[in-house]
Design a protein around this ligand. Structure first.
Ligand code: APR
Length: 209
């Protein structure tokens, strides 16, 4: 677990073998199951550079805004690649508060679904930004898990127009990835720039050691 991220328990419960158990307990259970060699819970984390719209995963995550209105950055790229059906679904949904997540189809993308989550705007770090960014990951994972989606790709939510420092954002992103690994076959972090890729790789190594 990533030491720099604190030990806040996520505000969700995930089912494992048809029981509802707090996530911090299921992680311990996961360790136990692994040591017993069941082989049932073996997700992997991948960190790469690229365009998330090209990812052949079950679900890609969109760094949206609360109006689900589309925009620039990864949001614009996803809507352009997916086509108008996704925006139509977003209009029907209407809004999504910061840190929450909603799911639509994926239009022309290879992915089956898109989860849209508005990250926080960075205001110096004292306005609950870290908790809200963590909520984006926790709620996206919960929605994907509930829909039975096993492979999931994230962009670096909030680190573009919204100004969240990449290193701090990467710690939260990867910490939540490690916590949710038992429920996914693959969690992919797609970094757009080489600089972000290096930050993510170093953060991942730091979280593992
Ligand atoms: N694939 C992967 N990552 C991408 C892509 C892409 N095709 N395009 C941009 N990115 C990266 C950016 O380089 C940045 O690292 O996604 C990260 C998030 O940046 P933004 O897209 O600006 O998202 P965010 O900071 O969360 O701001 C959200 O921007 O476009 C608007 O509607 C969006 O208002 C919302 C705001």
């Amino acid at each position: 677990m990533c030491a720099a991220s604190g030990d806040r328990t996520p505000p969700i419960r995930l089912s494992l073998r048809s029981r509802l158990i707090p996530l911090n307990l299921t992680l311990n259970l996961n360790l136990l199951l692994r040591t017993q060699g069941t082989g049932a819970l073996m997700g992997k984390i991948t960190i790469k550079q690229g365009d998330i719209t090209k990812e052949a995963v079950d679900v890609i995550i969109n760094a949206a805004n609360t109006r689900l209105a589309g925009g620039g950055g990864v949001d614009g790229a996803i809507h352009r690649a997916a086509g108008p059906s996704v925006m139509e679904e977003c209009r029907v949904i209407g809004r999504c508060p910061t840190g929450q997540a909603v799911m639509t189809g994926a239009g022309r993308l290879t992915a089956k679904k898109i989860i849209h989550t508005p990250g926080p705007v960075w205001k110096g770090g004292e306005r609950g930004e870290a908790d809200l960014l963590r909520d984006c990951y926790v709620n996206s994972f919960a929605l994907a898990h509930k829909a039975g989606l096993k492979t999931i790709a994230f962009p670096a939510i909030s680190t573009g127009v919204y100004g969240y420092p990449v290193k701090e954002a990467a710690i939260i992103a990867i910490d939540e990835g490690i916590r949710h690994l038992p429920w996914f076959e693959e969690i992919v972090y797609v970094c757009f720039s080489e600089r972000d890729l290096e930050v993510y790789k170093k953060t991942y190594e730091g979280c593992r050691s």
